[in-house]
Write a protein that binds this ligand. Structure first.
Ligand SMILES: [Cu+2]
Length: 142
């Protein structure tokens, strides 16, 4: 563990022990259910940075898909298309970032599990200078 990372961890621990609300939280998360033959899906969520420092989202990781990427949608010539989001994504202290249909999303390519509505799966968000955040979320219908 680098010195810088150790210092960042110490700072976050001391903020927690002081009783300050200093967390990065995930809310409103869900994974889109897809038919078994479809090997792609996406997840949506709201990420809120209540810590005193800006954080940088660098990626996501799951154990049910060959690839996990962060995508966005762009409009060009009246058509909406999917693109790789530019990483890392900055989430300033006190602000939040929304992943939603037709916008930013966590893309799963090469699904290895059928995403059945109601099933729970874990997603891990990866950051620069912040520990990974692992959370459980539910598969929901379209
Ligand atoms: Cu996508």
């Amino acid at each position: 563990m680098s010195m810088f990372r150790t210092i960042v961890l110490l700072i976050s621990f001391s903020l927690i022990s002081m009783g300050t609300k200093a967390e990065v939280t995930v809310t409103d998360s869900w994974i889109r259910a897809v038919p078994a033959m479809m090997k792609m899906s996406a997840a949506y969520l709201k990420l809120t940075n209540d810590t005193q420092t800006d954080i940088l989202l660098t990626g996501a990781r799951v154990d049910f898909s060959k690839k996990t990427e962060i995508h966005d949608h762009v409009m060009s010539n009246g058509l909406m298309s999917m693109v790789h989001a530019e990483l890392p994504i900055l989430i300033k202290s006190g602000s939040s970032l929304e992943f939603k249909p037709k916008g930013l999303h966590i893309m799963f390519i090469g699904l290895e599990t059928t995403l059945i509505p109601g099933a729970e799966h874990e997603i891990e968000l990866l950051f620069d200078t912040h520990a990974p955040i692992r959370f459980s979320t539910q598969v929901a219908g379209n």
